[in-house]
Design a protein around this ligand. Structure first.
Ligand code: HAM
Length: 456
């Protein structure tokens, strides 16, 4: 390695960030609030792998989705095997007929793995793998963790981002389940202190009515094809619903005139959507219908929803979710209904920060200003007792002059400094100093612990 190259500072990769204290305290509070709220609704935590077989995401999220097409972090596990395969294919005599080649290729495709872009697919995979359909009642699970999408980074959009998600899987698609899931979500936003959230809902129909609507939409789009950009033109063929997601200003007026799904739902879907709205009213939850809310993942049917929050600019969706009846079956499991959501933790934290709800700096209760080699063992013992009482204590690893110690204690925001020199150890009396007003007192060890514990 060249010496200049060795010296180059290594930084975090684009779109990926470190979360430092005190901000991490706010993250913990957000995640802890979710745990507490979800527990009151009977959800249990599922811890999932960070990577899965590539196939899982292609099959569930959709081959044509942006996530799978453009944003996946995919790698070949056991690349040496892959290389051997490439060599094998080039060897004369290797069966060149299409079937054998396809079989071998399929085998090697099986070892392609992808960093999870979301976790609903993993939850469904786990539900099947562990036979959770035999469990009594609905299976209610939540997860917290990082997801990976190779998107263009901007405020509120990262390549490693974090979600808090929840899923309900079972035999019922009763709109009351949708209503309760959304109620839990709103309870979380309320508890976490995020104000000004808006709930948008839609129904994107089912296997019966959606294909008919999509055909109508395609026909309408073909008539205005020339006025659309290349991305939307391509989607007319691959997935016309996704055209409704377009944010291009020049396409907005055209999209507003397209046929709307609400007018093409079958009777069962219309009834389900009306019942969902009744459920929301019953729970006192305000909502807006947004007919263009089709979501970027293929597995949805009927209910879809999103929540937007203030202070986030264009990336203002703090949560997305919906119903995905049939996804478990698509992945090889028994017929199952499902609904869930994922909250974007990065965006919740950003929105809280924008509204001034930042985390308070952690409080340092005590700084130990120790001097003299003989004082250190006594300090270690004292600190252990203080920490055992739940106090946060800083014990410098190296000896410092008293003035320097007190200066550092002040900079760290310590409430008290305990002065511990060899004389104090010999007499068993310690000086404790309140840093706010420099008031001092001398106490024995037991009194000192009692004094600090009561945090006067
Ligand atoms: P999603 O809408 O793709 O849905 O993501 C949910 C939320 O994750 C978004 O509303 C946003 O807050 C956050 N998010 C997504 N991408 C990024 C990013 N690049 N940077 C920062 N935050 C981001 C899902 O993932 C579905 N699995 C939700 C679901 C669960 N549906 C049913 N069950």
């Amino acid at each position: 390695m060249k010496p200049e190259a060795a010296k180059r500072q290594i930084r975090a990769i684009k779109g990926v960030r470190d979360i430092l204290p005190p901000e991490s305290a706010l993250w913990n509070r957000v995640e802890q609030t979710a745990r507490e709220v979800f527990a009151t609704y009977g959800y249990g935590e599922i811890r999932l792998p960070i990577f899965e077989e590539t196939k899982l995401f292609a099959r569930s999220i959709g081959e044509d989705s942006d996530i799978v097409m453009k944003e996946s972090y995919t790698l070949v596990d056991a690349p040496d095997r892959f290389e051997r395969w490439v060599k094998m294919l080039a060897t004369p005599g290797w069966p060149q007929d299409a079937t054998s080649r396809a079989e071998v290729e399929e085998y090697f495709r099986g070892i392609k793995i992808t960093l999870r872009p979301e976790a609903t697919a993993s939850v469904c995979r786990a539900y099947i793998e562990h036979g959770m359909h035999t469990l009594p009642g609905d299976v209610k699970l939540y997860y917290i963790g990082p997801m990976f999408r190779r998107e263009r980074p901007q405020k509120g959009r990262y390549r490693q981002f974090y979600q808090i998600g929840a899923e309900v899987l079972g035999q019922s698609d009763a709109p009351a389940i949708d209503g309760e899931v959304i109620e839990m979500l709103m309870a979380f936003f309320d508890r976490v202190g995020l104000t000004g959230c808006a709930l948008h809902i839609n129904s994107i129909g089912c296997r019966d009515c959606r294909p008919k609507y999509v055909e109508k939409l395609r026909e309408a789009l073909l008539k205005v094809k020339d006025k659309l950009g290349p991305e939307s033109q391509r989607r007319i063929e691959t997935n016309p619903l996704r055209v409704l997601d377009s944010k291009l200003p020049e396409e907005q007026a055209i999209i507003e005139k397209l046929p709307r799904i609400g007018e093409h739902l079958c009777a069962a879907c219309r009834e389900h959507f009306a019942a969902l709205q009744e459920q929301l009213k019953l729970r006192g939850i305000a909502y807006e219908i947004n007919w263009r809310l089709v979501r970027g993942l293929d597995y949805y049917m009927r209910t879809t929803f999103e929540i937007t929050a203030p202070g986030l600019g264009s990336q203002n969706a703090v949560c997305g979710g919906g119903r995905y009846d049939g996804l478990v079956e698509l992945l090889g499991g028994p017929p199952t209904k499902g609904i869930g959501f994922a909250i974007g933790t990065d965006r919740v934290v950003l929105s809280l920060q924008e509204s001034g709800k930042v985390a308070a700096a952690p409080v340092l209760d005590v700084f130990i200003a120790w001097m003299g080699a003989a004082a250190y063992p006594a300090a270690v013992r004292l600190v252990r007792r203080l920490r055992g009482e739940g106090l946060s204590v800083e014990l410098p690893a190296e000896e410092m002059k008293l003035k320097k110690s007190l200066g550092l204690a002040d900079k760290l925001g310590a409430r008290y400094a305990v002065i511990l020199g060899e004389n104090e150890v010999a007499s068993g009396r310690f000086t404790v100093k309140r840093l706010a007003d420099a008031q001092q007192r001398e106490l024995g060890e037991a009194e000192l612990i009692e004094f600090l514990r009561s945090k006067p």
